[in-house]
Ligand binder design. Structure first.
Ligand code: F6R
Length: 243
């Protein structure tokens, strides 16, 4: 694992965007796995800025998002579909037919999950997967205890995750209790993984992921077994990594 220590959130965002941008320049028709949440917003802002300057071209890029809430429509501002359109897709020249997010409105969980695995397979796998890190060590919505072999599946979100995501909703009751998420197996099959981590409140999760035992109780700890992981974390998030 390579750890890049960034000065602050802005620096972290620029460094992560640089890695993604290099991937797109080196392979214009690459497949990029994307995350939602607060942490990657600055990275997306930076990519949009470089696109507007003419330095980046998304025309041939394919994207596969990690997850989506179950039962939330695409037009709902809380949906990850809406988030991605708002933060990135509507601001760059990406072909909407090349963007993929699990179908949160598919009530048939088995169908929703197998279809998404098919899409990942059809895209030929992921060249670069961008990840955020949950306070409980989750990546995607792979909650503690999930088998590392899992593919796309339906998740009952933990109370910790619901609390952490409450800030995007009016109150905790409105936070959906289920989501579809890409499994650890697909994440681990990505050729390259970039994790963005920011803030003191993520320091313990980052320490456990990087220095702790490899265990399903800390889903991100599986990344220790991948041969091309770059963690871009700000000083606060790195504060418990020193020996
Ligand atoms: C989002 C996702 C989650 C988040 C994680 C951190 O697509 O997969 O794993 O990356 O919950 O979220 P933030 O960045 O909001 O702290």
């Amino acid at each position: 694992m390579k750890i890049i220590r960034a000065k602050d959130y802005y620096d972290m965002s620029r460094k992560a965007a640089n890695i993604i941008s290099a991937q797109i320049i080196m392979k214009p028709d690459c497949v990029i796995g994307l995350a939602t949440g607060s942490t990657p917003i600055g990275t997306y802002d930076q990519l949009v800025e470089w696109y507007k300057k003419g330095d980046l071209d998304f025309a041939q890029v394919t994207t596969i998002n990690l997850d989506e809430y179950r039962g939330v429509t695409k037009d709902d501002p809380h949906s990850y579909y809406y988030f991605m359109r708002d933060k990135l897709f509507s601001k760059v020249n990406i072909d909407p037919t090349r963007t993929h997010i699990p179908d949160g409105m598919d009530e048939d969980a088995e169908h929703a999950c197998r279809s998404y695995d098919e899409i990942i397979k059809r895209c030929g796998g992921i060249d670069l997967q961008l990840l955020g890190l949950g306070h409980n060590g989750h990546i995607g919505f792979n909650e503690p205890g999930t088998a590392f072999e899992a593919q796309t599946h339906l998740v009952n979100l933990t109370e910790t995750t619901k609390k952490a995501n409450q800030r995007f909703f009016e109150n905790e009751e409105n936070v959906p209790s289920q989501a579809y998420t890409m499994g650890i197996k697909s994440i681990m099959q990505a050729k390259k993984i970039v994790v963005v981590v920011s803030g003191q409140d993520k320091a313990e999760a980052l320490r456990a992921a990087v220095k702790g035992a490899i265990t399903p109780n800390v889903q991100a700890s599986v990344l220790q077994l991948h041969n091309d992981v770059t963690i871009v974390a700000d000083v606060e998030a790195c504060s418990l990594l020193e020996d």
